[in-house]
Write a protein that binds this ligand. Structure first.
Ligand code: XMP
Length: 505
């Protein structure tokens, strides 16, 4: 639990709200009671909120210095930081009043600012400034006018920020609060019972009577995000599924049958199978495949959106991992270009609604479970955005896609039958575009080699091939060569990542 000491600002509640959304329990207390409660409740850390007073004014709210002797991490925000500075021997003076957005430049990315860009927008609202910081503190970030905009003492785990991370328009404010909770106070995030209710209420409040459109991929993240929104705003939500024909067939089945039940709103299915195949004609290079698919996906989505006039928000199932990845990795940026309908024309003026932005996959699954979504949606294998297209080496034709769909489903079925499907991270077949000789019936047969890839991974950065019992591999192989037309041979990929990537393309 984190203790939030309320020095009189409205934002004290916002700090609490942000942390609760992240799954951090909080208790809001009056400064006069803070020390006693901290002694009794043993919080993981303390946050001093902002407040309207000036620390040097008579009667300004203060706190006993004994609070520092508890050796707990403390984050002071605005007035909270100024008070901390004053009590610890620094100096606070009136300064030019500053209200609104300003640019923070970070100098130390260690703890409080981990994973945050060097410059970002923060909201300041103060008339006083710390002129001299207390002993032991170092500057972690500054704005043009405020030298001590962010400071810290790594030894005592005390930090101060002049701006308001809890304010919605502080670009990376939630990340800063999250870093304080997880990296400094060592709180592990667990969405509580309450978090789901709060998320739903927040969506409701934010959206009002407007409409939200959202594209489903059929995967866990978009399903959970969709369920939250559907629960919050019901029929104001327009869920759309673009059927490229490149996903597992069971995904479309779920979209048509399970999702309307789960969401309480029908999903609009756009059948674009023909268009995808046409666009992919002659496309061989993997990245070009990805781009072609991403582009058409956006085009189709735009076409659909134009049909709905009063839509204000675009729902996205972005998770914290997507968000972090897209900052550093070029590859993730590609990955996102498929799902993340980032290339939408400006005149549409859609705002993004990303209810899962601060949650990791396991938390998303926990939310899904709490919402009683079917297990096979919440715990399904991730499937790449471009789907089977990057699992068919060479050109994608209707026939080769049909072969891939069938072979892939055999892998799924056999793993399910043997109770292995849920134990592994991902499994699939690959059309290798290599022919080999076989004997079928009495004649020579020259057909395609199908590879099987089954991997486990913790973080997707590295992966190991699964040591599957031979009997299961045997069944998979037998079924594929017998049932899928044009296949001569089945091989098992026994390469780790690195050096090989998980996908062949
Ligand atoms: P690699 O092949 O990079 O795959 O080792 C790591 C993980 O990312 C998935 N992957 C993708 N997901 N769009 C996606 O949405 C893509 O273009 C893409 N490429 C790879 C892959 O399935 C594995 O889980």
């Amino acid at each position: 639990m984190l203790l939030i000491v309320d020095f009189g600002s409205q934002t004290a509640h916002l700090i609490s709200r942000r942390l609760k959304d992240l799954g951090v329990p909080t208790t809001l207390v009056d400064p006069d009671d803070a020390y006693e409660i901290a002694q009794k409740e043993k919080p993981a850390g303390i946050i001093f909120s902002g407040g309207p007073a000036s620390v040097y004014e008579k009667g300004a709210p203060t706190i006993t210095k004994k609070i520092f002797s508890l050796n707990l991490p403390i984050l002071g925000i605005c007035y909270g930081w100024q008070l901390m500075a004053q009590l610890l021997g620094g100096e606070v003076k009136p300064s030019n009043k500053e209200y609104g957005p300003t640019e923070l430049t970070i100098k130390d990315f260690h703890t409080l600012f981990y994973g945050i860009p060097t410059t970002s927008k923060v909201i300041e609202s103060h008339g006083d400034t710390v002129m001299k910081q207390p002993k032991g503190f170092v500057v972690l970030g500054s704005t043009e006018t405020v030298k001590y905009a962010a400071v810290g003492n790594e030894q005592t785990k005390m930090y101060g920020v002049q701006f308001h991370p809890e304010a919605h328009h502080s670009e990376f404010g939630t990340e800063i609060l999250k870093n304080f909770a997880t990296r400094i106070c060592n709180v592990s995030l667990k969405p509580q019972e309450l978090a789901v209710d709060i998320m739903i209420t927040e969506i409701k409040e934010k959206v009002g009577r407007k409409k939200v459109i959202g594209a489903f991929s059929g995967g866990t993240d978009s399903a959970v995000a969709g369920a939250l929104v559907a629960k919050a705003i019901g029929k104001q939500f327009i869920p759309v599924y673009i059927d490229s024909g490149l996903m597992r067939e069971e995904t479309l089945g779920r979209i048509k049958t399970v999702f309307p039940k789960v969401l309480g709103v029908p999903v609009k299915v756009i059948n674009a199978r023909k268009e995808f195949l046409e666009r992919l004609k002659g496309v061989i290079e993997p990245e070009e495949k990805r781009k072609t698919i991403g582009k058409l996906y956006i085009e189709l989505f735009e076409r659909e959106m134009k049909k709905h006039k009063d839509v204000k928000y675009l729902l996205q199932g972005t998770t914290y991992a997507d968000f972090i990845h897209s900052q550093g990795s070029k590859r993730s940026a590609h990955i996102k270009s498929h799902h993340n309908v980032g290339g939408l024309p400006k005149e549409m003026k859609l705002k993004l609604l990303e209810p899962l932005r601060y949650f990791y996959t396991d938390q998303v699954r926990e939310i899904g479970t709490k919402m009683k979504l079917p297990k096979d949606i919440v715990f399904q294998q991730p499937f790449p955005g471009p789907g089977h297209a990057v699992r068919i080496i060479g050109e994608i034709t209707k026939e080769r896609l049909a072969k891939q769909v069938q072979a892939d489903m055999i892998v799924v079925e056999e793993l399910r039958k043997a109770n292995w499907f849920d134990k592994i991270f991902q499994s699939w077949s690959i059309m290798t575009n290599i022919n080999s000789t076989a004997v079928k019936g009495d004649g020579r047969f020259y057909g395609e080699v199908v590879a099987i890839r089954i991997v486990n991974t913790k973080d997707r950065m590295s992966a190991e091939w699964v040591h599957l019992p031979y009997e299961i591999l045997e069944k998979i192989s037998k079924r594929i060569v017998n049932e899928v037309p044009g296949v001569s041979r089945v091989v098992y990929d026994i390469t780790t990542k690195p050096p090989a990537t998980m996908e062949w393309e």
